[in-house]
Each structure stands twice: as structure tokens, then as C-alpha cells.
Design a protein around this ligand. Structure first.
Ligand code: AMP
Length: 369
């Protein structure tokens, strides 16, 4: 990932892919033109790198020149009309191949056609390295296209973002700017994560994923995943990482349009935290905060024994199992506090008090993110 000005871009098209596309265009055009010596016209500034690489691999003699379309300065009414800089050569009777770095709406191409109408060229061929079919609004024929791309802003290989990025040898694509809020709700069993998640998901329009709940749902429905998870859960042990990570990825994928997630009970190990970071990167996003509800052990044990009377959860009914889960939490999962602290993303919140009070405390943290 790279940052230009304040915007992030992710790798999109590699040098190798660009090279292949450029070579294919050069060979296709040479096949069409045979022994005719064309004039390649690069449109500045964006196509300087493409034009340079293109003519290097063009297998036959050719001429190369550059033109630039510049806006008239200070003339508001003719904003759309461009003036031409650089065309000094007589192109009468010549075959001209326009080399464009990218064609999106087709506005520049329209200008090019307008300018070349008066040049009495034999033939005007349009070749563009990148093409955005979803953005193209004109009818001019595009004779040669290198790579079709979606209608998202790209930078590199001659293309700039507000002046920067032209020098990069590969192409980057703008990262999704849709802002997601992704929270990890943390805390020992019985700290009130589930209760609080219910309020927070409404308030912030987030999707709540509790790995414990998903496992219990699978157990209830006697799925293969449920049967596997049950043997660990009944003893208060963690379900193996890969099983849990795969399941979580699937749950996130089910909610592709979410504005963010509350992860409850996940991650519980370093491996899971790393997998979650990777998953967030693939969504052009990140974890914003781990918010931990802090509650003493004895309060937890009492709360869970109370819940066990009505919840029917095997792992809530027995004090030894409860204590084992709390022990697991501290021995295996408290390292996550370090993981997120190192990224300045750890926020501890006092988990003792009324439900409302605790929601207010959590909201304060989230609102300040
Ligand atoms: P919870 O409802 O979060 O207390 O989880 C109940 C049980 O589900 C845990 O004791 C584990 O056996 C299992 N579990 C839930 N989340 C995870 C996870 N992230 N990794 C491994 N096991 C999990």
C-alpha cells in the first residue's frame, strides 16, 4: 500500500502485466501497419512512460512525438475547450497512432479528434493502455486497448494523483474510501460483551459477530462444525484457530455491505488477530479499536452462575468450568491486549455498573475514534 497526499492506494497492476499488454499492443499495431512508418503521438503528461516503453518494443521503424492538451488559463467560459501544445510537424498524409495512457469518459479523446480533423492525416488510430468501459461516454472507436479496468481511480506508470505518482513503475488503485468502523469487543466471559454489543450495533449500525454464538448455533443445528466445536467448548477450551478463522471469514463475507463489525469473542489468539487484520486489509479497512470490559474474577463467576440458571449453557453451570474459561482468557488471550496496545488501539473500560452506564462509557471511546 502507498500513500499519496492523504489518500491510500493499493497495488493493482504489476510491471509484468503492463509489460505484456504494451508488447501485445506494439505487435498488433505493427501487424496492421506492416511497412508503413507511423507517427506515434503520445498525449502528455500521462502517456510518457507508456509511449517510451511502447516504442522500445515496436518492432519496425517509426516516428515519435508528444502533444499536450492544456486548459486555457483564466478563461472560464471555454473551460472545456483545450488548446494544443507541441504539434509542430506536418502530418499530412501520415498514419497517426495516438498513444493514450488511459481513456475514461473520452473527453480528451474528443479534443484529439477535433484537433486532428484539420491535419489531413491519412488515418487516425487510437491506442490506449488502460480503458474504463463503465466510464466511457463517447462513440469514437478505440482501435487498440491494453487493459480494461473498473471505474476506479488509478495512479502510477505515468498517471498522477494531484502531481504525485507518475514515476511509479506499476499501477495502484485508490482504496475504498467508505469508512467502516470495526471494533473488537474484549473481556473475560461474563463481562457483558454480548449485552453491550446489542446496544452498540443499533447505535452505530454495525454487524455483531459473536464466534461463541455462531458455534452454539452450529451445535444446535448439529452441523459438522458444531460437532467439532462442541468437544472443545464443553470443556471451556478454545476451538482450534483454523476452524475458527475460516468460520469468521465466512461470517464477514455474508455481510459484504456492512458499515462495520463488532467482533465479540474474536480474536482470542495472536494467530486470529493476524488473520483478522488480513481480512480487514482485503476489505480496504482495519480494526479501529479493541475495547475491553474490565471486571474482577469473582464478579464474573457470580454473573455466569446466575446466567447458567436460565441460559441452559453447560459451560455456565459449573464453577470449575467457568474458572477454567476465565483462566484461558487471561493465559491465552490477554496477549491480545499487547497486540492492540502496540498499535495504540487498546481501550480499557470499567465493566462494573449499570448496563446504561457501561454503554455510555463504551460510546465515549467509539465517538472519539
Ligand atoms: P463465548 O460465548 O465467547 O464465551 O465462547 C464460548 C466458547 O466458544 C469458548 O469457550 C470456545 O470454546 C469457543 N470460542 C468462541 N470464540 C472462539 C475463538 N475466537 N477461538 C476459539 N474458540 C472460540
Amino acid at each position: 500500500m502507498i500513500k499519496l497526499h492523504d489518500t491510500y492506494f493499493k497495488p493493482f497492476i504489476s510491471e509484468g502485466e503492463i509489460d505484456n499488454a504494451v508488447r501485445k499492443m506494439a505487435s498488433d499495431i505493427a501487424n496492421e501497419l506492416q511497412d508503413e512508418v507511423p507517427v506515434f503521438v503520445g498525449i502528455m503528461n500521462g502517456s510518457f512512460m507508456f509511449t517510451s516503453d511502447f516504442v522500445k518494443v515496436y518492432p519496425k521503424p517509426c516516428e515519435v512525438t508528444f502533444i499536450k492538451l492544456a486548459s486555457y488559463e483564466g478563461v472560464k467560459s471555454s473551460e472545456d475547450i483545450k488548446r494544443l501544445i507541441g504539434l509542430t510537424q506536418d502530418l499530412t498524409g501520415r498514419t497517426v497512432v495516438i498513444l493514450e495512457d488511459i481513456i475514461d469518459s473520452g473527453k480528451t479523446l474528443e479534443e484529439v479528434h477535433r484537433i486532428f480533423e484539420n491535419e489531413n492525416v491519412k488515418k487516425l488510430i487510437i491506442a490506449t493502455l488502460f480503458y474504463k468501459p463503465e466510464a466511457y461516454k463517447k462513440d469514437f472507436k478505440l482501435h487498440y486497448i491494453g487493459i480494461e479496468i473498473p471505474n476506479k481511480f488509478i495512479v502510477g506508470y505515468g498517471l498522477d494523483y494531484d502531481g504525485l505518482g507518475r514515476d511509479i513503475p506499476e499501477v495502484y488503485q485508490i482504496k475504498n474510501t467508505q469508512h467502516m468502523t470495526n471494533l473488537v469487543l474484549f473481556g473475560p466471559p461474563g463481562a457483558g460483551k454480548g449485552t453491550q454489543a446489542e446496544f452498540l450495533k443499533e447505535k452505530y449500525n454495525l454487524v455483531h459477530i459473536s464466534t461463541g454464538d455462531v458455534f452454539r448455533y452450529n451445535i444446535k443445528n448439529e452441523t459438522a462444525l458444531g460437532l467439532l466445536a462442541k468437544s472443545y467448548m464443553d470443556k471451556g477450551e478454545l476451538v482450534p484457530d483454523q476452524v475458527t478463522i475460516d468460520m469468521l471469514n465466512a461470517e464477514v463475507e455474508k455481510n459484504a455491505d456492512a458499515q462495520g463489525f463488532i467482533f465479540d469473542g474474536f480474536p482470542r489468539t495472536n494467530e486470529q488477530a493476524k488473520a483478522l487484520d488480513e481480512l480487514m486489509v482485503s476489505k480496504d479497512s482495519s480494526i479501529n479499536a479493541m475495547i475491553a470490559l474490565e471486571v474482577q474474577d469473582d464478579v464474573l463467576v457470580n454473573r455466569l452462575l446466575e446466567r447458567g440458571k436460565t441460559s441452559g449453557r453447560v459451560d455456565d453451570a459449573d464453577e470449575t468450568i467457568i474458572r477454567n474459561r476465565i483462566k484461558e482468557y487471561y493465559s491465552k488471550t490477554a496477549i491480545l491486549k499487547d497486540y492492540y496496545s502496540n498499535q495504540d488501539k487498546y481501550f480499557g473500560v470499567d465493566g462494573i455498573g449499570s448496563i446504561d452506564d457501561i454503554t455510555v462509557r463504551l460510546s465515549k471511546v467509539i465517538d472519539a475514534l
